[in-house]
Design a protein around this ligand. Structure first.
Ligand SMILES: *Cc1c(COP(=O)(O)O)cnc(C)c1O
Length: 379
């Protein structure tokens, strides 16, 4: 089945009790048993829920995975991956990481004995140089947020495999429509389904996909044992959002390209970060591992201070000033004070995340209107 068919049909069966074409919201906490231990495969809703099962089957198909395990949020999904590690284990990750992932690794898990190293992963050799006998997990995010660096998933997973290190790719920014890390050799893929997969800015959700049965079994155990499960209503909303995933992402990519080109020609803009540009350092790898270059664009200003950025951030009308990304509506954000506020200043300046950097999540509106909105705000 190809992607556009999978989003509609994979894992979805008419409801066995009524034939309802859409998976019902099974809003129940428990299931009646005929006699002790005799039941229809459903005992308690933290452990099993038919709405969640349908969603997990659909999510697995999107990443060409055998299994998907859903959680209450992207960070809950990551939390459960980190729970598979032990004190003394070490993680290697990128120096341009989603702020919440950085916070979880450092501010939550350091005190449980996990050590995380944040390095430049755009050079695969640098990753190999940092692996030691305690390295148990390599955490890749590509394109990175908000600098839109590209990391070579195939090159790094190959190195990791040779050293027996598990890899996980946070594929939130690309979406499963543009990039499938399991096919490139990764052991796990994580999504904040809050973003492109849900796509309508109305639900928080996370998931992990894998083809490794031991990992899947452990995550299913943790999903039940630690209990960060998604609500049935949320599973329904994600399933509904997925049906247009390919259409939404395609339009976002088209709009993002036009906007990146517009910004690059603007006199007040000093730099545009967009992997679709041929002179972007990761362009060739992006072209190899992604179907298109995504809906995210970041840019910086010649007037390199917060005040200059603030003027733009508070004067757009179609681009709403908000955290998050991947919805049908366009968003504008200020990483230094919003999504990346928990990252130390020295760390963020190292990767170019200045006080004047602005990040756009380009939605599916008409590109001409979006460009006109930016034009009036930038001046
Ligand atoms: C939003 C986001 C997360 C966290 O997901 P939540 O659903 O907000 O918990 C993780 N990684 C990336 C890249 C994100 O953008």
């Amino acid at each position: 089945m190809k992607f556009g068919t999978k989003v509609i049909h994979a894992g979805i069966e008419p409801d066995p009790s009524t034939g309802a074409i859409m998976t019902p919201i099974y809003q129940t906490s428990t299931y009646v048993q005929e006699s002790p231990g005799v039941h229809k495969g459903f005992e308690y809703a933290r452990t099993q829920n038919p709405t969640r099962h349908a969603l997990q089957a659909n999510l697995a198909a999107l990443e060409n995975a055998k299994e998907a395990i859903s959680f209450a949020s992207g960070l809950a999904a990551m939390d459960n991956i980190l729970k598979m590690l032990k004190p003394g284990d070490e993680i290697i990750s990128t120096n341009d990481l989603y702020g919440g992932s950085y916070r979880l690794m450092v501010k939550v898990y350091e005190k449980f004995g996990l050590k995380s190293h944040f390095i430049d992963m755009s050079d695969a050799q640098n990753v190999e140089d940092h692996i030691n006998e305690n390295t148990k997990l390599i955490w890749i995010e590509t394109p990175t947020n908000p600098m839109l660096q590209i990391i070579d998933v195939a090159a790094i997973t190959q190195i990791a495999k040779a050293k027996g290190v598990t890899t996980c790719v946070d594929n939130t920014f690309a979406s499963p429509y543009l990039q499938n890390p399991l096919d490139l050799g990764a052991d796990m893929v994580l999504h904040s389904a809050t973003k492109y997969i849900g796509g309508h800015s109305d639900v928080i959700h996370g998931c992990v996909m894998t083809n490794d049965q031991a990992i899947a079994d452990e995550l299913k155990f943790l999903q039940n044992a630690a209990g960060a499960v998604p609500a049935p209503m949320d599973c329904f909303l994600i399933l509904r959002g997925i049906k247009t995933l390919h259409l939404r992402v395609q339009r976002s990519c088209e709009n993002a390209r036009k906007i990146a080109e517009y910004l690059r020609g603007h006199a007040k803009v000093s730099k545009v970060y967009y992997p679709g540009f041929e002179d972007h350092p990761g362009h060739d790898i992006a072209a190899k591992q992604m179907k298109d270059f995504g809906g995210m664009v970041s840019f910086d200003l010649h007037e390199n201070n917060y005040e200059a950025a603030e003027k733009i951030l508070s004067h757009t009308h179609l681009f709403s000033l908000a955290e998050s990304l991947g919805g049908v509506e366009s968003l504008i954000g200020h990483p230094a004070s919003m999504t990346h506020a928990s990252i130390p200043v020295e760390e963020r300046l190292k990767v170019g995340l200045t006080d004047s950097l602005i990040r756009l999540s380009v939605g599916v509106e008409d590109a001409d209107d979006l460009i006109a909105d930016l034009k009036s705000a930038i001046g």
